[in-house]
Ligand binder design. Structure first.
Ligand code: TPP
Length: 576
């Protein structure tokens, strides 16, 4: 029997292991949604804004490691996917987006809702093509899926509604998706050069990124052989931090611990599977070697003495036999001690502010860390939530952390939590949301109820766009345009059918979190937090401190003395 393009799409996706599509319906998508309805194998996870569909699909793909799919109708429908697709692509999440399109005969006529998705999504995809006629479709879909899973990132299939309803020519094969991962390691000569560099070095530090996924055992063996402290990025944290006696924390704006010092005080720094973006936190004096499976990334973030193409696990496995074990662990011990001191300071700070009103967000995050299950999935909003997540949530084997770590978009946490909970219905999924971030895609609270997803939201309600407020202050600018007039978010959550809890008293934080985590269905904890809390990076520069002082002075002259006093009172302990 003849099969339509839409039916072939669904059948091929089922063959590739896809069991759900995130999206929002529309006329041009009708053949596809109808084929999904009739398939009974694929769930349609309908969201309230297509951006959330892309974020959710990306979270699903990141957690499962498998292809995930989202869809939007023609024109504005698929245009709304774009921010989530940028995020997915930069996080290397294998996502296929179906961008339904206007009738094929109308393309180029300025038709109702006409956009050019085949051009729009180019920058945020490995592959983005228009299906002009049904003969093309099977191989085009195959190519799109292969790009998404093998290059890891986004593929977009632009599908006019009329073409989706046409028959696929008989005899076209369905191949499925081939996601075999190759072994990739540097050539022998390059490995020998790395071994020579490391064997000749006194103090070595490792810095690990998301490329260390699944390579913790090898990284620890390398650290042991070299007596090297191990720092990591936020995307490396979930793979590297737990059960790691060499761990010295993170660097960068979110950072804490001794990673910054370890990276600056070593003779050789080895960057493993990391594309850590902040040049200002990278040292210039040690010799630097970098290993990345994507060689086009070598050397783009720091000066580099040796750049090697390889998968982290495969490379270390091949490298270890070439390394002479080091015996001097003075540098490692010193950095670990420094890290332990920083950890104790962080804890003492939390204990100190834990009773203060307004509630300090660090206390909330640290208490959540204690109460959350060992295999929880945390999503953190861009903004201060990312800082609290980086510093106060501990990695444990099985815990996962999702954020908009490369694209840096607000409002990522809730839709990512949706994708996480759909993929793992029985796992604890916790969204650390900012009040700005939550409000931006607030309609997705309805999605939680619609699909009965028991996501737990911890809302850091500081009535301000806090991260930007801080950025203004360290730049010497009085903050402007950051204040938010917020509702009672717990009441709002109740109104849309979630369990809502609100807490303003620090003594109630622990019981409120316990109640939140014990809730059967979706629930939101609205924590009214201190808007003046600052988060200092592990090395605040003189310029930042000066900028902050300048902003405070300007605010004082502008008669905003109360604000200045509150800020100083909230933070005097954190000033370097
Ligand atoms: C879509 C988008 N718009 C604007 C920004 C700039 N930005 C980064 S963080 C931030 C503030 C976030 O505020 P909120 O969600 O309330 O969290 P807080 O920092 O207060 O914890 C803003 C405006 C961004 N990153 N993404």
């Amino acid at each position: 029997m003849a099969e339509t393009v839409a039916e072939r799409l669904v059948q091929t996706l089922v063959g590739a292991g896809v069991r759900r599509i995130y999206g929002l319906v529309g006329d041009s998508l009708n053949p596809v949604t109808d084929a999904i309805r009739r398939s009974a194998t694929v769930d349609w996870i309908h969201v309230r804004h297509e951006e959330a569909a892309a974020f959710a699909a990306a979270a699903d793909a990141e957690l499962t490691g498998k292809l995930a799919v989202c869809a939007g109708s023609c024109g504005p429908g698929n245009l709304h996917l774009i921010n989530g697709l940028y995020d997915a692509h930069r996080n290397m999440a294998p996502v296929l987006a179906i961008a339904a399109h206007i009738p094929s005969a109308e393309i180029g006529t300025g038709y109702f809702q006409e956009t050019h998705p085949d051009q729009l999504f180019r920058e945020c995809s490995h592959y983005c093509e228009l299906v002009a006629q049904p003969h093309q479709f099977p191989r085009l879909l195959q190519t799109a899926m292969q790009h998404a899973v093998s290059s890891r990132g986004v593929s977009v299939v632009v599908l006019p509604g009329d073409v989706a309803a046409m028959d696929v020519p008989s005899g076209a094969v369905v191949n499925g998706v081939f996601d075999a991962v190759p072994m990739v390691r540097p050539a022998d000569g390059d490995l020998a050069r790395l071994a020579e560099l490391l064997n000749g070095a006194g103090k070595v530090t490792l810095f690990c990124g998301t490329g260390c996924a699944g390579a913790q055992r090898e990284v620890l063996a390398l650290a042991e052989r070299l007596k090297a402290p191990v720092g990591y990025s936020f995307r490396g944290k979930e793979w590297i931090e737990h059960d790691n006696p060499y761990a010295v924390g993170m660097t960068g704006l979110l950072g804490w611990g001794a990673a910054y010092d370890a990276m600056h005080a070593c003779d050789v720094l080895v960057l493993l599977g990391t594309d850590f973006p902040y040049e200002t936190f990278m040292p210039t004096t040690p010799r630097i070697a970098q290993v990345d499976v994507r060689p086009e990334r070598l050397g783009r973030r720091s000066k580099l003495d040796l750049g090697l193409c390889g998968d982290v696990r495969d490379t270390i496995t091949a490298l270890l036999p070439l390394l002479e074990p080091k015996t001097d662990h003075a540098f490692l011990d010193k950095m670990c001690e420094r890290h332990e001191r920083a950890r104790r300071r962080l804890r003492a700070y939390v204990d100190h502010v834990g009773t203060r009103r307004p509630i300090h967000p660090e206390y909330v995050a640290a208490t959540l860390d204690e109460l959350a299950s060992p295999d929880a999935v945390f999503t953190v909003d861009t903004g201060m939530c990312a800082v609290w997540g980086a510093r106060y949530l501990h990695a444990a084997m099985g815990r996962r952390f999702l954020g908009s770590f490369n694209h840096g978009s607000m409002a990522n946490a809730l839709p990512q939590a949706i994708g996480a909970q759909v993929a793992y219905p029985d796992r604890q999924v916790i969204s650390l949301s900012g009040d700005g971030g939550l409000a931006m895609l607030m309609g997705e609270l309805l999605t939680l109820r619609q699909h009965e997803l028991p996501v737990k939201i911890v809302l850091f309600n500081n009535s301000t766009l806090g991260m930007v407020k801080l950025e203004m202050e360290v730049a010497g600018l009085p903050h402007h345009g950051c204040d938010l007039k917020n509702p009672n978010f717990a009441a709002l959550a109740e109104a849309v059918g979630l369990e809502g809890i609100r807490v303003e008293d620090p003594a109630q934080v622990r019981p409120a979190l316990q109640r939140l985590l014990a809730a059967k269905g979706p629930a939101l904890l609205d924590v009214v937090t201190d808007p003046n809390v600052l988060a200092m990076p592990p090395k605040a520069t003189i310029a930042q401190a000066k900028g902050f002082a300048l902003a405070m002075t300007r605010m004082a002259f502008a008669d905003e003395l109360d604000d200045v006093t509150d800020t100083v009172m909230s933070n005097w302990r954190t000033f370097p």
